[in-house]
Design a protein around this ligand. Structure first.
Ligand SMILES: NC(=O)C1=CN([C@@H]2O[C@H](COP(=O)(O)OP(=O)(O)OC[C@H]3O[C@@H](n4cnc5c(N)ncnc54)[C@H](OP(=O)(O)O)[C@@H]3O)[C@@H](O)[C@H]2O)C=CC1
Ligand SMILES: Cc1cn([C@H]2C[C@H](O)[C@@H](COP(=O)(O)OP(=O)(O)O[C@H]3O[C@@H](C)C(=O)[C@@H](O)[C@H]3O)O2)c(=O)[nH]c1=O
Length: 301
């Protein structure tokens, strides 16, 4: 097995890199500086030279609000990139594990979204991610599209790190309470992807008892909360761990009181039941991950 990971400098990419190294799984990491995911010549040579057995695409344009004013760039990365990778994987007959988002949904449901639910993005980011999914489905039969949500980690930019930074700068914070979703630790997503890649590899080699299931999967946190409740949990854990001495007064506000260029879904809770059934992968326990980060990796930062 040899995995090619794109988006290696992103938060998911770095969590993948940590775990692949730790588990001694042969892999090649590709950051934007190494190659653009649209650069098929470079990618094709790499896949051939390294005998890559699957690609994990963790590269994306993830600036939700900025995407509203940069739709062409978002489209190039989130649609063009996955399409190029899907065609490449198809040519080499290897699986593509592509990561997508809860923002492909409109948020009008009131029970957890399953994989067959109607999509309906509310902004440019979600629309380009949905178009990326469609391109992957169209051009590569051996695909896993893993939709995840509200990703946080010790790396990069994410809501947890924003809250910890703002807590040091402000006495009062307003956070929206009418958008509900499932926080997901990037390290858990990385482990889920690696496990799926391993199971697919075994199935490809016809090892008994392992079946290759391709298609769309949801993978997210085990407990749904609003951003407000997520912030509350982050502050509580950070204070217990001694990262924050004082915490700001946290006010629950509604979406109208926090205007943003992109409209976000009001409810984007994902059901992780299908991935658990097909791949025996448990949803992310985000509270435990917050605790571990606060007591370990975030102390360094
Ligand atoms: N963050 C979140 O809350 C969520 C993320 N997701 C999805 O999870 C996946 C991983 O997200 P996350 O790790 O948070 O994202 P990040 O923004 O942290 O990382 C994305 C990486 O992609 C790289 N990249 C951007 N454009 C290109 C390009 N044209 N060619 C090659 N690399 C490129 C970026 O490079 P550079 O570092 O140089 O900018 C960056 O390192 C994405 O598919 C995202 O849509 C889904 C749900 C929630
Ligand atoms: C910083 C801040 C944000 N908010 C709100 C704005 C928004 O509605 C919500 C989340 O804000 P952020 O901009 O950090 O998160 P956002 O960029 O919307 O996060 C999304 O990223 C993409 C990549 C995804 O795929 C999604 O799953 C999701 O994780 O919190 C407040 O209410 N108060 C604040 O002080």
């Amino acid at each position: 097995m040899h995995l090619l990971v794109t988006g290696a400098n992103g938060q998911l990419g770095q969590c993948l890199a940590d775990r692949l190294s730790k588990q001694n799984i042969p892999h090649t990491l590709l950051s934007r500086q190494d190659a653009d995911i649209n650069d098929t010549v470079v990618l094709e040579k790499l896949v051939a030279d390294k005998c890559v057995t699957a690609i994990i695409n963790a590269a994306a344009y993830t600036a939700v609000d900025k995407a509203e004013s940069e739709p062409e760039l978002a489209k190039r990365v989130n649609e063009g990139g996955p399409m190029a990778l899907a065609k490449l994987c198809s040519r080499f007959d290897i699986p593509l594990l592509h990561v997508s988002t809860d923002y492909v949904f409109d948020g009008n449901k009131q029970t957890p979204y399953v994989e067959t639910d109607q999509t309906g993005p509310t902004g440019v980011y979600g629309q380009t991610k949905l178009n990326g999914e469609i391109a992957v489905q169209r051009h590569c039969r051996k695909h896993i599209i893993l939709r995840t949500a509200w990703v946080f980690s010790e790396y990069g930019n994410n809501f947890l790190k924003t809250m910890l930074r703002l807590a040091k700068e402000r006495d009062t914070l307003g956070v929206v309470g009418d958008q509900v979703g499932c926080p997901t630790y990037a390290g858990d997503i990385a482990e889920a992807l690696i496990s799926i890649a391993q199971q697919l590899h075994k199935a490809e080699q016809n090892k008994s008892g392992t079946k290759a299931h391709y298609g769309v999967y949801h993978y997210a946190g085990n407990e749904a909360v609003s951003w407000y409740r997520f912030a509350e949990a982050i502050f509580a854990v950070a204070q217990r761990a001694g990262i924050l001495v004082t915490i700001p007064v946290l006010n629950e506000i509604n979406t109208a009181a926090y205007p943003t260029p992109a409209k976000r879904p009001g409810y984007s809770v994902l059901s992780s039941a299908k991935i658990e059934a097909d791949y025996n992968v448990r949803p992310s326990n985000w509270r435990v991950a917050c605790e571990r980060l606060s007591n370990g990796l975030l102390r360094k930062g």
